[in-house]
Design a protein around this ligand. Sequence first.
Ligand SMILES: *[C@@H]1O[C@H](CO)[C@@H](O)[C@H](O)[C@H]1NC(C)=O
Length: 418
Amino acid sequence: MATPHINPNLIFLIFLSLLAITSAHVFFEERFEDGWENRWIVSEWKKDENMAGKWNHTSGKWNGDPNDKGIQTSEDYRFYAISAEFPEFSNKDKTLVFQFSVKHEQQLDCGGGYMKLLSGEVDQKKFGGDTPYSIMFGPDICGHTTKKVHAILSHDASNHLIKKDVPCVTDHLTHVYTFILRPDATYSILIDNEEKQSGSLYTDWDILPPKKIKDPEAKKPEDWDDKEYIPDPEDKKPEGYDEIPKEIADPDAKKPEDWDDEEDGEWTPPTIANPEYKGLWKPKEMKNPNYKGKWKAPMIDNPDFKDDPDIYVYPSLKYVGIELWQVKSGTLFDNVLVCNDPEYAKKLAEDTWGKQKDAEKVAHEEAEKKREEESKDNPVDSDDDEDADDVEGDASDEESSADTDEDGAASDEAHDEL
Ligand SMILES: *[C@@H]1O[C@H](CO)[C@@H](O)[C@H](O)[C@H]1NC(C)=O
């Protein structure tokens, strides 16, 4: 009888993967299953003015799994604010992962699909555009110019926009947006588990003044030759060049038969441009042998830079919230995650969006077909609905000003920035 033999490598692998699973810490995870309403508080912001939009718990008009619901904005021209609380934590010495999925079922002219992380104590019933936040992240579309992923970081009570451009997806399918912030102050932005942007908090935001600056005292040396090309001294003007006239008498012109020299004066033929004429002579250009390149001031340490090793730290994260203005509703959020493990987040995305995306695409195509057929049968109804984003782009740019006026400084900055 053979004794069972277990490969020690296998045991080690199992041990490693257990370690990986147990080290993932999930601070908040919301799949919007039953009971979600106990965790989320709809704000009363804009209610008095009848401008607070209602959320719909649904999987939307097309989806990859009708039982997997999220929350969707359901009324046009409305403000939306909703938030959920989690046990307060600090991301010091930890990786922070903030992830969720968004689907825009409407022809989105102007509207956000971003979420916020908030710190400290927030009166959730009053959560709105002016409520300070720590991180705002996610797609924003407005007119033709703004189609980007926001990553706004608050530091010392001011909001800093990412300086790099990160385009967002503009179709009508679910996409997963992930923001990863690491203790070495590096970050990554992922869409559908693919990295779209990465870098450092030091360089990609103006949170701190830059570490190095151009030496303001430095001057270009007098003898610095920064002309890349010079006239070729060997090139000589060809003999007789200056004698070539610009215009010549038209050789084809003939004196009219009825021309009377006595009455009409002496006949002179009209002039035409001389095909031989080559303009003012200029010597050929040649590479300057003394060219030193463009002069650049040397970089020096910035005296205004004071390092803050905690540049990435949010010591009291406690809420996740959605606060939006929507011209057209139909934005659906799902699978909100705040954790410390990018692998866990990746797996969640694969298990939800990844498994459903193909079926969702098919469902969307079918819905499109159906809509097209209906609009053929019923052409009057068709134009208030869909496929008008090109035409309506300009109008919606104006709508965005409603957003920026009402929406507090951050969104204001956000839209203005482009
Ligand atoms: C909620 O969404 C579903 C699916 O799109 C839709 O049929 C329903 O009318 C919506 N309900 C409200 C109140 O908007």
